[in-house]
Design a protein around this ligand. Structure first.
Ligand SMILES: Cc1ncc(C[n+]2csc(CCOP(=O)(O)OP(=O)(O)O)c2C)c(N)n1
Ligand SMILES: [Mg+2]
Length: 694
């Protein structure tokens, strides 16, 4: 491609402009080539992204996972070509999931030519884990900015635990770019409110104020005073009236870095589709290719060769190398030296940081985990969970989290000495008070997990609905986020159907890669945590009971360590030759154990399978699965206080499911159990019916 048509840059301003227009034209060309995508926003935000990356961010393209790098989040993920362009032009290197550098570019020009095509490293939306340099997956609007709050919390916590005089090991900033859509979504409000409360002065959001969304001008649906809203939250609000004025943008970013005790919100007045004679400032520039002719006209307006495609003019790569490359490289080298000195002075802290980066656990992480003695009265799942959580958090210094205002009920408060509360003036605290913001909480937990601390969030299981979009993203990103949900069935009887989950287990089991666990008794709770803590690349949901569950006698029944297989034979017919299998999870396990004892007493050879996790069970060998559920035994009953949806896969077409087909009701638990058939007698009856039929 000839580059001589472009005037050779003579001044700094010229080369800045050349780089910005490279981002714009790569974006337009890629969308046109793919015949789908979003050209207008990259055209408008190219100067912003250029300025953040080449003038402000401390990020080393040679090592995109260096722990103290500044973070950049593109919350308006549809503008992904901004990210693919900048990652390409800065020659950001790729790394794999084990954090090894692979010696090739994260995004090649060829990937950009194959924007949105199978296996391209320039997919439709930014995907963490797929493209190096992407800090979090975005696309569902609002999610990126909310996650950025978790990253900012992580920086504060890490700095407070690990920095020492002369050793600012963690002092990075978090930059997030968002649009009208992100700010309309409720999750950004939850997260913004929390960020201001926590005084996160390491956090900067830039708002692409273009007054355009898909259906047209924002006057049709979004007319609030956004500046006043963020002022009211307690943010430092700045405005840059011209998105092409990179000096002003740079200045605003400087003001952000100098601002203490509150996050910064920069309103950037922009023109979607900037430079497009027919589409600028219209929703037509949002989500479809500009068209060959319009692209030509834009390129003419930019002073670009009209027929050039995917052109990176001479000097552009070099300019990024001299900018972010040099600055980021030096910052990383200085940090590496600093860390070496830190390691000799504070070897234990340095080891913690290294373990954390690899998502490993410290020696002795599971010491002192409780063993619960058999007890017919038993203990509530949430109580057992609280005890286990406290032991683990004490053993694992970088394990932190909290609840959405239900800590005393979820039993997730960390109470050991020194645990403390995470607040603006106590950033070493381990208890995060998320407030009643479940969606924001789950996104923040993901932000923490992306920052390599181990994090949990908690609420009632019913309200997992409010957190689900972020839970889904934790699975998509393969993050070891932990979600602890108590009141996992009808145990809060009198609160009624608004508080009784029905479809939640089925719905979470349907999320690929998410490990859902519903332990049957206190010892299963211990084993569930033991399993979950060792996950490095998968999130987990722990659904625990509100009410006491009998602690099973493990000298009579099988060990709870079977949880690690997802399902295991808990009780069996003496002498084998099985007739019927009873399968259950959570609170229904002790119920089917009672039914089993009755069947055995009547000479019916039954087996109890405790199945705390479908997801884990599905990962076991066919041989193991067949040993638990022998294919020749087709008389099977599944019992679960939740939607019956999906249990056919384990009971088969001839099996029976005792579960929920309606919502629950407001009544004491005992009455609900009777009304909905969760009683040993009913299980016995159903098992016998099956056997008669056979
Ligand atoms: C949660 C969610 N809802 C809807 C969409 C579909 N969507 C993608 S972009 C968009 C409009 C966004 O407008 P804005 O943020 O102002 O972006 P701009 O067009 O200005 O770039 C919508 C509705 C989405 N990606 N995420
Ligand atoms: Mg907009």
């Amino acid at each position: 491609m000839s580059v001589t048509d472009i005037a050779e840059p003579v001044t700094e301003t010229d080369i800045d402009q050349l780089c910005i227009n490279t981002i714009r034209t790569l974006s337009m060309d890629a969308v046109q080539q793919a015949n789908s995508g979003h050209p207008g926003t990259p055209m408008a935000l190219a100067p912003l992204v250029y300025t953040i990356w080449n003038r402000a961010m401390r990020f080393d393209p040679q090592d995109p996972i260096w722990p103290n790098r500044d973070r950049f989040i593109l919350s308006n993920g549809h503008a992904s070509m901004l990210l693919w362009s900048i990652l390409h032009l800065t020659r950001t290197q790729s790394v794999n999931a084990d954090y090894e550098r692979l010696g090739h570019a994260a995004v090649t020009l060829d990937d950009i030519r194959r924007f949105r095509q199978l296996d391209s490293k320039a997919p439709g939306h930014p995907e963490y884990h797929w493209v190096s340099g992407v800090e979090t997956t975005t696309g569902p609007l609002g999610q990126g900015v909310a996650t950025s709050v978790g990253m900012a919390v992580a920086q504060k916590w890490l700095a407070s635990r690990y920095n020492r005089p002369g050793f600012d090991i963690f002092d990075y900033n978090v930059y997030a770019v968002c649009g009208d859509g992100c700010l309309m979504e409720g999750v950004s409000s939850e997260a913004a409110s929390l960020a201001a409360h926590l005084g996160l002065d390491n956090l900067c959001w830039v708002y692409d104020n273009n007054h355009i969304t898909i259906e047209g001008n924002t006057r049709i649906a979004f007319t609030e005073d956004v500046a006043a809203r963020f002022l009211a939250y307690g943010w430092n609000v700045l405005r840059v009236g011209d998105a092409n004025d990179i000096d002003r943008i740079e200045h605003a970013l400087e003001v952000f870095r100098k601002t203490k005790e509150r996050p910064t919100f920069i309103i950037l007045d922009t023109h979607i589709g900037y430079g497009s004679p027919h589409k600028q400032d219209t929703s037509a520039a949002h989500g479809e290719p500009l068209g060959e002719e319009e692209i030509r006209l834009c390129k003419r307006a930019y002073g670009w060769p009209e027929d050039a495609k995917f052109l990176v003019p001479e000097g552009v790569y070099e300019h990024f190398e001299d900018g972010i490359g040099a600055r980021g490289g030096q910052a990383r080298r200085e940090w590496t030296e600093l860390f070496e000195a830190y390691r000799s002075k504070y070897p234990e802290l340095a080891t913690e940081i290294e373990l954390m980066q690899r998502r490993e656990l410290p020696d002795g992480w599971d010491r002192n985990l409780p063993v619960f003695p058999a007890d017919a009265k038993g203990i509530a799942g949430r109580e057992a969970s609280g005890k286990v959580l406290n032991v683990l958090a004490k053993n694992i210094p970088w394990f932190l989290g909290g609840s959405a205002d239900l800590g005393p009920s979820n039993k997730t408060t960390l109470t050991f000495e020194g645990a403390g509360d995470f607040q603006a003036d106590s950033p070493s605290g381990r208890n995060i008070h998320f407030g009643i913001r479940e969606h924001g909480m789950a996104a923040v937990v993901n932000g923490l997990a992306l920052s390599k601390v181990r994090a949990f969030g908690a609420t009632f299981f019913i309200f997992s609905d409010y957190a689900r979009p972020a839970i889904r993203l934790s699975a998509l990103m393969e993050l070891p986020s932990i979600f602890i949900f108590s009141h996992e069935a009808m145990g809060d009887g009198e609160d009624g159907p608004t508080h009784q989950p029905v479809e939640h287990l089925a719905s979470l089991r349907a999320i690929p890669g998410l490990v859902t666990l519903r332990p049957a008794d206190a010892n299963e709770v211990v084993e569930a945590y033991r399993y979950v803590m060792q996950l490095r690349h998968a999130p987990a949901v722990l659904a625990v009971s509100r009410q006491p569950l009998p602690t099973l006698d493990r000298s009579k029944y099988a060990s709870a360590s079977g949880v690690a297989q997802g399902a295991y034979v808990l009780a069996d017919a003496p002498g084998g030759d099985l007739e019927v299998i009873l399968i259950a999870s959570g609170s229904e396990v002790s119920l089917v154990v009672d039914a089993h004892e009755k069947l055995i007493a009547e000479g019916i050879r039954s087996r109890v399978v405790s199945m705390p996790s479908w997801d884990i069970f599905e990962c076991q060998s066919q041989e193991y699965r067949d040993s638990v559920l022998p294919p020749n035994v087709t008389a099977r009953v599944a019992v679960e206080q939740a939607s019956t949806l999906g249990w056919e896969r384990y009971v088969g077409l001839s099996g029976r499911i005792i579960g929920m087909k309606t919502f629950g009701a407001s009544a004491p638990l005992k009455e609900l159990q009777r009304k909905f058939g969760f009683q040993p007698g009913r299980v016995v009856t159903v098992a016998k019916e099956l056997l008669r039929r056979a």
